[in-house]
Design a protein around this ligand. Structure first.
Ligand SMILES: Cc1cc2nc3c(=O)[nH]c(=O)nc-3n(C[C@H](O)[C@H](O)[C@H](O)COP(=O)(O)OP(=O)(O)OC[C@H]3O[C@@H](n4cnc5c(N)ncnc54)[C@H](O)[C@@H]3O)c2cc1C
Ligand SMILES: O=C([O-])CC(=O)C(=O)O
Length: 322
């Protein structure tokens, strides 16, 4: 979508071996609470988050909000001990960030410190469908196809944008990319309106427009997509400790996804070349646990890189004509 917005004369085709609802993005909780990428400058991460927050905030304030699955949600991030960083880099992007009051903390006897704020949440499958609808309306073609090697696309396309998520491990052999397996439960508990996140990042309760997401797990380098029943019970018990009313939750569905993790998002241009033929590639993958929190900001940057590739192609073709 960002490419179509920045370069409306481009013709864009999406190739993917899986579409919604069978992607990692369909599993995500879709909360806008950033995770830090150790190897990306904080000011850059803050800009990606700001761009994403601003974009989704506008949707949440529009009549599209419910179809797009976007809503504002208020709640608490709680800590057993005061964290080193009391003011995270994103604290002035979310709304109304403040320390929790004593009265709020009384709800969590095992925790001593907390942050209260309002952020945005995407219900991921409806949001992905909403994006797909907008893509189709701009004339973008979508085909189911597994790409084995980016080079196989050189005779059909001028520029390739690689957004393969964890699939980039195989597609471009990126050894720096690894899965962090996550299991979550999607439950019916419409009385839960506030989010609760344990600051250790393991346990969270995120109410969305339709369902509440209960999490979670972080298992580095584990590739299995099979739900683990003992983990399901463990997640449920941990969440009930924080919000005992969840004992009454109904219709529990279990989902597993592989976070495409890296020390930094790979957001860069590369020129592939074989026998004098060149194929410009823009990589945009490796969003780890923050693909929703950062998606619009990183997509805007990827679209800017595509524009640079177009300018370079135009430049070399006009030189060839001289
Ligand atoms: C349990 C869990 C909870 C999460 N919660 C949050 C959260 O609250 N907030 C947040 O910001 N993030 C969250 N995330 C992280 C988020 O899900 C990811 O960062 C994001 O989904 C990555 O998006 P992506 O588009 O890069 O990858 P994907 O959604 O995996 O999309 C990649 C696409 O590329 C296709 N593809 C891959 N390889 C090929 C190939 N060779 N040929 C053709 N097509 C290919 C795939 O089929 C897929 O359609 C969570 C993740 C998990 C697992
Ligand atoms: O940590 C969270 O709050 C949710 C999330 O992004 C994940 O599980 O990856």
């Amino acid at each position: 979508l960002c490419i179509m917005e920045t370069c409306p004369s481009c013709s864009v085709t999406i190739l993917s071996d899986q579409f919604s609802p069978n992607t990692t993005s369909d599993v995500a909780a879709g909360m806008l609470i950033p995770h830090t990428y150790p190897d990306s400058p904080i000011n850059v991460q803050k800009q990606w988050f700001k761009d994403t927050f601003t974009y989704l905030f506008a949707i949440s304030n529009s009549a599209e909000a419910s179809e797009a699955g976007i809503q504002l949600v208020s709640g608490w991030q709680i800590f057993k001990n005061t964290p080193k960083e009391e003011l995270p880099f994103w604290s002035d992007v979310v709304l109304g960030f403040r320390p929790m009051s004593e009265a709020e903390l009384q709800k969590f006897p095992q925790h001593r410190f907390g942050q209260a704020f309002t952020t945005l949440k995407c219900d991921c499958p409806p949001y992905l469908l909403w994006l797909e609808k907008r893509l189709k309306a701009t004339g973008v073609q979508m085909y189911t196809r597994k790409v084995l090697d980016l080079w196989e696309l050189h005779s059909e396309y001028n520029i390739v944008v690689n957004c393969a998520g964890i699939g980039a491990h195989q597609l471009v052999g990126d050894e720096k990319l690894f899965p962090v397996r996550g299991q979550v439960l999607k439950v019916n508990a419409p009385w839960v309106k506030h989010f609760i996140r344990d600051g250790d990042g393991l346990t969270y309760i995120y109410p969305g427009i339709n369902r509440v997401t209960l999490g979670g797990t972080r298992e580095k380098e584990r590739w299995s997509l099979d739900p683990d029943p003992s983990t399901t019970k463990d997640i449920f018990d941990r969440c009930c400790l924080l919000e005992p009313s969840l004992q009454g939750a109904q219709d529990i569905k279990v989902k597993v996804g592989l976070r495409p993790s890296r020390e930094s998002v790979r957001l860069q241009r590369e020129i592939l070349s074989q026998g004098g033929v060149k194929l410009p590639v823009v990589h945009n993958y490796g969003h780890g646990a923050g693909g929703f929190a950062m998606h619009r900001g990183t997509a805007k940057e990827a679209a800017r890189l595509v524009r640079e590739c177009i300018a370079a192609l135009q430049d070399s073709s006009s030189r060839a004509k001289l």
